[in-house]
Write a new protein. Structure first.
Length: 374
């Protein structure tokens, strides 16, 4: 299983210059992560209808005990051969047609009823085999989980949605970055490799469900000592930015990609983009947790804001980043518990806030006008 390490590392083409001059004003203190990721449970495999599961146990169906054709019944055989040459029935339908056509006069009605039922059964079986009911194996699930955890550490991720239809075909989204082609032959059954609507839909659903659980893992880390449930309790002040990002680097990678304490500190201190991205994500998460209905999607709002920032000028992005860092500092850098912070202070910098701080446009240089002679 290969997972790209360059997704989270500070490379030679980092964004240090882009964030030059930003005020980080953050005390660096040791982290104390307390939450751990949960594991997915395997889904039960569905079954598809197959003729071998019929009461006949897969043997030839007889339409009546009175059927006992002799070798002299060549006339019916010739008619059947003639019809088959014209109609070209497939083997399943041909077997039923031959059985139903070779019977005594008394059994014709019964044969007709049984043959119609058999044809209907074959039709249902054919449609069922077109549906993908394969339960994806654990190798597939482990690959998607592990790959998604590493991708969530990428501060240049363009969208966090687990729905491929929400963000078009952006190349750096959580969904599309989990779909490399080189492993599909090894991890997917033959039915899944067909480019049919049913197989693609089942594939999207399976990946989307796995990604949703990894989104939940990141959300719990962002809301450390904020989120309170039957399984999660608040046990101290809200972590400051340094502690939060350290916890994410410590908890989110899969077991095979865990980072050392020294590696984590390098990323926390040097990766400006990650600090800004996670600070913004936490502001959105806590705002939704306090003020929004549970069914609303904070990920959709984050993705929408990221789209606006990608299309904005660098100065706009820089002002937005500074507002995020300032808001995060005021809320979470004073060792306050979640209940000590007034709920009306949980806000997210708006685009209007950024526009209001944008420098005025430079005046156009006066054109050198040469007066025309009389």
């Amino acid at each position: 299983m290969t997972i790209r390490d360059d997704l989270i590392q500070c490379d030679d083409q980092d964004d240090t210059d882009q964030f030059e001059g930003l005020n980080n004003q953050q005390k660096h203190e040791a982290d104390d992560p307390s939450h751990h990721s949960s594991n997915m449970q395997d889904t039960n495999q569905n079954t598809i209808f197959d003729l071998s599961n019929s009461p006949s146990g897969g043997r030839d169906i007889t339409m009546g005990e009175s059927v006992n054709l002799s070798n002299t019944n060549n006339g019916i055989d010739q008619v059947c051969d003639n019809l088959q040459s014209k109609l070209q029935l497939n083997p399943e339908h041909l077997k039923v047609a031959l059985l139903a056509s070779k019977c005594s006069a008394e059994a014709r009605h019964v044969n007709l009823v049984f043959s119609n039922a058999a044809f209907h059964q074959i039709g249902i079986g054919s449609r069922a085999t077109g549906q993908v009911t394969h339960a994806f194996d654990n190798r597939f699930k482990d690959f998607v989980r592990s790959h998604a955890r590493m991708i969530l550490l990428n501060p240049k991720l363009e969208a966090y949605s687990n729905n491929p239809h929400k963000n078009g075909t952006l190349p750096k989204t959580l969904y599309y970055l989990t779909l490399p082609d080189d492993w599909k032959d090894d991890h997917l059954p033959p039915a899944q490799l067909r480019d049919s609507a049913e197989s693609l839909e089942a594939y999207r659903d399976a990946v989307g469900e796995l990604l949703k659980h990894q989104q939940s893992n990141l959300r719990m880390l962002l809301l450390s000592n904020i989120l309170s449930t039957k399984r999660i309790s608040i046990n101290g002040p809200v972590p400051n930015r340094h502690e939060m990002v350290s916890s994410i680097y410590q908890e989110l990678p899969p077991k095979s990609k865990k980072m050392t304490a020294a590696q984590i500190q390098v990323q926390v201190h040097n990766n400006w983009a990650m600090r800004i991205r996670m600070s913004y994500a936490r502001l959105v998460m806590v705002h939704y947790y306090v003020h929004k209905a549970k069914k609303t999607s904070q990920w959709a709002e984050i993705d929408e804001r990221l789209g606006v920032l990608r299309a904005s000028l660098p100065v706009f992005q820089k002002i937005h980043a500074q507002l995020v860092l300032d808001e995060d500092f005021e809320l979470f850098s004073h060792k306050r518990t979640f209940l000590d912070i007034p709920s009306n202070q949980f806000t997210v910098p708006t685009l209007d806030d950024v526009h209001n701080l944008m420098p005025p446009p430079e005046p156009l240089a006066a054109a050198n006008v040469i007066p025309s002679g009389d």
